[in-house]
Design a protein around this ligand. Structure first.
Ligand code: ADP
Ligand code: MG
Length: 701
């Protein structure tokens, strides 16, 4: 079959027709034969194995067993009755349960005769039970044809309502294999197939839809996952290579007066090894004639700011300007103050531009920017406005990048003929391999070391019932001159309720910590920005000892004297959020504390999150746990990157395959950059085809 036929609209497949074609398109995005072929089962019902009752596990989904019913009884329940059978085999006993159709069961079921049963197993009241099992007498079962692994396709309610059931989809796919004789174009080179001991495309496609057994299925899955990840990586890597070759960058080959002067005379502390390494990586980029696009990952407090400053000095030494963009006014402000302080005696000029800077104050900034008097501009989104024109922007630094989209990055590019070097800083730790796939077009640097002398934040989990003790502890800390954050969750769906929780909490805090001995600040999303800033300012200056807030304080705020972070309803926060919040304390010399408050009742995921927080402060370790708990879908940044459009591979579970795919894609491009060798033509062809069908590639920025 040639490639064309797979492009045939699905409406022409026997049994589909225009109406159902439309539903397939709207529900599953299936337009062509090819799309249907690539609709992979989400799971399989394995009827190749007969379980023993003693082998059952709580995680089992559908299982098949052989045994007999020894006893049937009717049990009264809240509404109506249920029929319960005791089912045994030579390894143990379990229950079969029916909520309807009792009469028929009672009349037709044969007690003490061997049956093969099949269904979903639950763990209930200390025993396994199976509601409404499929049942067949063993002697009938042995005569019948055995279906081995039954594919279950992704479905939706609408599909089911319109009669497009799993059986129907199954039949259509069989039809497709008949029409095409199950013969499809190979999409990987022989060389690669041999090296990796992969099954052929035909075999893989057949076995993914109609596997004979687990082993055949595993081979098919491996081949298809590898292929999928391989082509994603191929695209990401070739894009990066071509950017390096095509897009000229400003060459900052000169390490000059300002950088050296700062390094020798104004560095307030010795750089950590990690900071030195990262600065070296950046310097290498900047002197390479290509445009830098680098992601700088570093846990909260790891010291990204100084790296940013030194990078900006390199730009200035080479005759260029630099800008730093932060997601909020508070953060932009803090950056501005921090950077100005560091550069105080260096002669480097720095200004702040945010939404609340008055028009009259903006004018000179715009002018100095255009005539080159201004070296560094720090600000918020305001930096992206068309009015902001640079004489020669050479470097743009973006802090906390998940708040900025690709479009905004692009906007910075167009501020000049030659795009500026870009350094993106984030405190959201992303496991490295995942980061490489998400931001494959960025190079990655990691600060994986905290500055010396930093005390680990002592983290504990306390139940609400211990609140008085917690308050007593807070009072002791405040007596020592420390400040305290108390944070409440704010989750969009229940905003009104969260708001009430926050206000109730605030009142009880004020009651417990009365004036004039104590001053309490409150900050939340419903306040006017100016009020928010005012309250924030009171806390920053030490006027108030307690800050009651929602997660608005999550990002970047720096109050070194605040040493206690109390997180209310901690079970409702995600791990990365908890980690970010905890990062607000432990910034000064004092021992800091993070207290996670919860009720008694906790889900097992919530327990895992709390235990993780108590046991480690390593952001990358926490990110790994987070990824395992939630999958990549909830990770910051993944939604917009669309990496989830993968059909079969799972970026977390298939991490090893991802690594292999990345490795082989790199090897291939190194040996044959244009994919011109006869051996690799098949890869080039497949790649070109994939690029034509852009929809599959919309995750590439
Ligand atoms: P983040 O990576 O969260 O942006 P910052 O750059 O704000 O971290 O640094 C956190 C704190 O650590 C700052 O007070 C900074 O002055 C200090 N710091 C950074 N690097 C070092 C270092 N090498 N030695 C000592 N203190 C450092
Ligand atoms: Mg920072």
């Amino acid at each position: 079959m040639n490639g064309n036929t797979l492009q045939t609209p699905i409406v022409y497949l026997k049994g589909v027709g225009p109406h159902r074609a439309e539903i397939l398109q709207s529900e599953l995005g299936i337009q062509t034969f090819q799309d249907l072929l690539n609709l992979f089962p989400s799971r399989y019902i394995d009827k190749t194995h007969y379980y023993k009752i003693s082998e059952l596990q709580r995680s089992n989904a559908d299982v098949q067993l052989i045994g007999k019913i020894v006893h049937l009884k009717t049990v009264a329940q809240k509404r109506g009755q249920r029929l319960v059978a005791k089912f045994i085999d030579d390894s143990g006993e379990m229950e079969l349960v029916w909520f309807r159709g009792h009469k028929w069961i009672r009349e037709h079921i044969k007690v003490n005769e061997p049956y093969v049963i099949f269904g979903r197993c639950n763990w209930f009241n200390g025993t396994f039970s199976m509601p409404h099992p499929e049942m067949e007498l063993l002697k009938e079962h042995e005569k019948g044809l055995k279906i081995s692994m039954q594919p279950v396709y992704p479905s939706t309610e609408k599909l089911n309502n319109k009669g497009i059931t799993n059986r129907v989809i199954n039949k259509w796919i069989q039809q497709l294999f008949l029409d095409t004789k199950g013969s499809f174009s190979e999409t990987l080179s022989n060389d690669m197939i041999h090296k990796l001991k992969l099954v052929s495309k035909n075999e893989a496609l057949f076995n993914i839809h109609f596997p004979k057994n687990q082993e055949a299925l595993a081979k098919a899955q491996f081949r298809l996952k590898f292929e999928e990840l391989f082509y994603v990586q191929l695209q990401l890597i070739s894009k990066k290579i071509s950017r390096r070759q095509k897009i000229k960058g400003h060459n900052f080959n000169h390490v000059g007066e300002r950088f050296n002067n700062f390094y020798k005379n104004h560095l307030p502390f010795e750089l950590t090894e990690a900071q030195k390494r990262v600065i070296k990586e950046i310097r290498w980029d900047l002197g390479s004639n290509a445009q830098m696009n680098r992601l700088l990952q570093g846990d909260v407090g790891s010291g990204k700011t100084i790296v940013a400053v030194m990078t900006m000095l390199l730009a200035i030494d080479n005759g260029y300007q630099a800008c730093l963009m932060a997601p909020t006014e508070i953060l932009a402000n803090q950056h501005y103050q921090g950077i100005s302080a560091l550069l105080e005696h260096t002669g480097v000029t720095c200004s702040l531009l945010t939404g609340s800077i008055k028009k009259s104050a903006r004018k000179p900034i715009h002018e100095q920017l255009e005539n080159g008097e201004l070296d560094i501009l720090v600000g918020t989104h305001a930096l992206l406005e068309d009015k902001v024109k640079y004489q020669n922007l050479g470097l743009a630094i973006i802090d906390e990048q998940h708040r900025f989209g690709v479009a905004q990055r692009a906007k910075l590019w167009h501020k000049n003929n030659i795009p500026p070097h870009i350094l993106v800083m984030t405190a959201t730790p992303i496991p490295r391999t995942l980061a490489m796939s998400l931001y494959g077009d960025l190079d990655i640097s990691v600060i994986d070391e905290l500055p010396p002398g930093r005390k680990r934040v002592r983290t504990v989990h306390r139940f609400d019932s211990n609140r008085l003790k917690v308050f007593r502890f807070l009072k002791e800390e405040i007596k020592k001159g420390r400040q305290v954050y108390i944070v409440y969750p704010l989750i969009q769906e229940s905003e009104a309720m969260d708001y009430k929780d926050l206000m109730d909490g605030y009142e009880s805090v004020v009651r417990e910590f009365p004036m004039p001995d104590y001053q309490v600040s409150i900050v939340h999303g419903k306040m006017k920005p100016s009020d928010k800033d005012y309250e924030m300012e009171r806390f920053v200056s030490g006027e108030t000892q307690l800050m009651v807030a929602t997660t608005v304080i999550e990002v970047g705020v720096n109050v070194p004297n605040a040493s206690v972070m109390v997180i209310e309803s901690a079970e409702r926060f995600g791990l990365s959020q908890l980690h970010q919040l905890r990062g607000r304390v432990g910034r000064g010399a004092d021992q800091s504390y993070c207290i996670l408050m919860t009720g008694q009742k906790l889900s097992s995921d919530a327990k895992t999150r709390l235990e993780t927080m108590v046991s480690t402060s390593d952001g990358f370790e926490i990110a790994e746990v987070d990824l395992k708990l939630r999958g990549p879908g909830d990770l910051m940044g993944t939604q917009q990157s669309g990496i989830l459009n993968l059909r079969i591979a799972d970026i977390v579970k298939d991490n090893d395959i991802l690594k292999a795919a990345r490795f082989h894609a790199m090897e291939l491009l190194r040996e044959d950059p244009n994919l011109g060798s006869p051996e690799n033509l098949v890869i080039r062809h497949t790649y070109t085809q994939l690029m034509k069908h852009k929809a599959q590639w919309n995750y590439i920025s």
